[in-house]
Design a protein around this ligand. Structure first.
Ligand code: HEC
Length: 119
């Protein structure tokens, strides 16, 4: 190989690596709903992966709710965003400083999926 063809080969390789990593980046988060990460980071420890609070949390917080179809008949997306903004009672804290309004809406949409799948 002459030097310039080696350079061309390296250039071609680095371009394809750049493309591949860009693809990997773009495809991973887009598979998850936008509310999933903020839910897992902020809510999951009390409310559970699928919106059903773990036993230990139920013992600690008897009033904790299950996010099922019945729950969403009584709670609109807006009312959930309001709860996240203002908090409810002592144990359900406000997430105003932690989540943006858009993230709260995304989380509300995400937990609504639990209600749909329960049916
Ligand atoms: C420290 C544990 C804890 C964390 C963390 C937590 N919650 Fe809660 N959540 C509770 C408890 C306890 C209740 C029941 C409050 C009550 O009715 O007194 C509750 C209630 C709720 C309710 C129902 C309120 C109602 O009107 O009945 C919603 C919706 C909710 N949480 C959503 C979330 C979301 C979304 C997150 C994450 C952004 C979150 N919670 C994080 C403990 C937690």
């Amino acid at each position: 190989m002459r030097p310039h063809s080696v350079l061309a080969a390296i250039a071609a390789l680095s371009i394809s690596v750049t493309y591949a990593s860009r693809f990997a980046h773009a495809s991973t988060p887009s598979q998850d709903p936008p509310g999933k990460a903020p839910f897992e980071d902020n809510c999951r420890k009390c409310h559970g992966v699928r919106g059903v609070a773990p036993k230990t949390m139920k013992a600690k917080f008897p009033k904790i709710v299950t996010f099922d179809a019945e729950f969403f008949e009584r709670h609109s997306r807006d009312s959930i965003v309001t709860i996240l903004t203002k908090g409810k009672n002592e144990d359900m804290k406000s997430f105003k400083g932690k989540l943006s309004h858009e993230q709260m809406e995304a989380v509300a949409d995400y937990i609504k999926l639990f209600g749909q799948k329960e049916k």
